[in-house]
Write a protein that binds this ligand. Structure first.
Ligand SMILES: Nc1nc2c(ncn2[C@@H]2O[C@H](COP(=O)(O)OP(=O)(O)OP(=O)(O)O)[C@@H](O)[C@H]2O)c(=O)[nH]1
Ligand SMILES: [Mg+2]
Length: 396
């Protein structure tokens, strides 16, 4: 058996990519699903809101559905999200009552108590839910802000619901949709606030711009959710939301900072140059975490290009020796110890540059400035290499 270090040093580029991909898949697949219930009358803009926050890719499934009297949730196997769409608010009192009971039931017994095929609860589930993945994490109650007042029946429903929700509280957000006129939306907000219900927040939004009204407020909704969600679900939220690239970048940069701290610590006892590969697992975990934050699918080809253009080599050996032969020359101060060891500082600089270059590439992919095919060309690789070198230079 080879020792861990020896194995690490023997990584070929191919093996390195496979290992890194494994971590990326783990990070993405192990992400907790975020479960949101969306409530509101027909036409207030629920689908438009879902579209704007999570992308067409997700909400496409929730539009064009025939009017239904049942709760249904929507999933997409590549997105760690379940959106419950609820009908019935504009129906008879009896049905409004049933909707309230059903939503409360969902919050108590969790997603697995619900048969999505039938749009009803399984009869056998009696146990209160305790699992995070199975819980309802928040409720968006949508009210059209173009109406100047909140209707009495809606207010009553909300009062009763928030009162009963106290038992097993799930964060409730009132989303004031179509808040084209901010003043009017603010008035409505104050009116609702006066009722002193147990609400997390009341957030005016315009989900889809319409001349002359720009979209706004969606970032506030995400930020408010981020404040109340448990840590594990914050990553999911940042992954699934399509509203703020800045939020994704901030989270990704925090991930890099953590990895840099670990790399510096690992290098506190100077790492013999031949053992530089000890850093590789750490850096792969960092890349996996960044991928999870961006919520992008990264194919093997792209990862291969990225790793070969940065820390890898096209040859047989991976990382450890490449760093020694090439990269150390580029790092200010590293040259002095290059003959014998990698210092903590150098390990940190390398990790930071790698993380930042990856974020830069993800940003370009996210914005559609570069696609997979373009990355997999000599020019594409050169571009990535340049991103990495620029980051190394910045660390001077
Ligand atoms: N410009 C603009 N139009 C909006 C916005 N929100 C809703 N609308 C419009 O209002 C109409 C209804 O919106 P939907 O998103 O379908 O409403 P819904 O709540 O999903 O309705 P149901 O599925 O029938 O319950 C559509 O014509 C939307 O284009 C918005 O933020 N901006
Ligand atoms: Mg709809």
């Amino acid at each position: 058996m080879l020792s861990y270090l020896e194995q690490a040093q023997c990584y070929t580029l191919e093996q390195g990519v496979a290992k890194c991909m494994e971590k990326i898949n783990q990070a993405t697949n192990n992400m907790s699903k975020l479960n949101i219930i969306v409530i509101g009358k027909t036409g207030v803009g629920k689908s438009t809101l879902i579209n704007a926050v999570f992308g067409e890719e997700f909400a496409a499934q929730s539009t064009g559905r025939p009017v239904t009297q049942k709760i249904r949730y929507y999933v997409n196997k590549n997105i760690p999200l379940r959106i419950f769409d609820t009908p019935g608010l504009e129906l008879e009192k009896e049905q409004q009552e049933k909707l309230k009971e059903d939503v409360l039931k969902l919050t108590r017994f969790g997603v697995s108590s619900f048969d999505n095929e039938k749009g009803d609860f399984y009869s056998h589930v009696k146990k209160q839910n305790t699992e995070l993945d199975n819980a309802i994490h928040c409720i968006w109650y949508c009210i059209n802000a173009q109406s100047s007042r909140i209707e009495e029946s809606e207010l009553q429903w909300l009062k009763e619901f928030t009162e009963e929700n106290k038992e097993n509280p799930v964060p409730v957000f009132i989303v004031l949709t179509q808040s084209f006129f901010k003043k009017r939306a603010e008035e409505l907000k104050r009116e609702i606030e006066k009722e002193n219900m147990n609400l997390c927040n009341i957030i005016p939004v315009v989900a889809k711009p319409e001349e002359p009204f720009p979209a706004y407020g969606l970032i506030n909704l995400i930020a408010a959710m981020e404040q109340v969600l448990p840590e594990q679900l914050k990553v999911t939220l940042i992954n699934v939301q399509k509203v703020s690239l800045k939020m994704k970048k901030n989270k990704a940069q925090a991930t890099v900072a953590t990895a840099v701290t670990s790399a510096v610590a690992a290098g506190a006892t100077p790492i013999p140059v031949a053992d530089a590969a000890v850093l590789v697992p750490l850096q792969f975990s960092m890349l996996a975490a960044i991928t999870a934050v961006f919520g992008l699918h990264i194919p093997n080809k792209v990862l291969t290009c990225f790793l070969s253009a940065t820390i890898g080599s096209a040859g047989a050996t991976f990382l450890g020796r490449t760093i020694v032969s090439g990269l150390l020359k580029l790092i200010p101060g590293a040259g002095t110890v290059a003959g014998s060891a990698i210092s903590g500082g150098t390990a940190g600089v390398l990790t930071a540059a790698l993380g930042e270059a990856y974020i830069a590439m993800m940003e370009m992919i996210y914005k559609g400035e570069i696609n997979q095919e373009e990355i997999d060309t000599p020019e594409g690789k050169q571009k990535i290499r340049q991103l990495f070198l620029n980051e190394l230079k910045k660390k001077k």
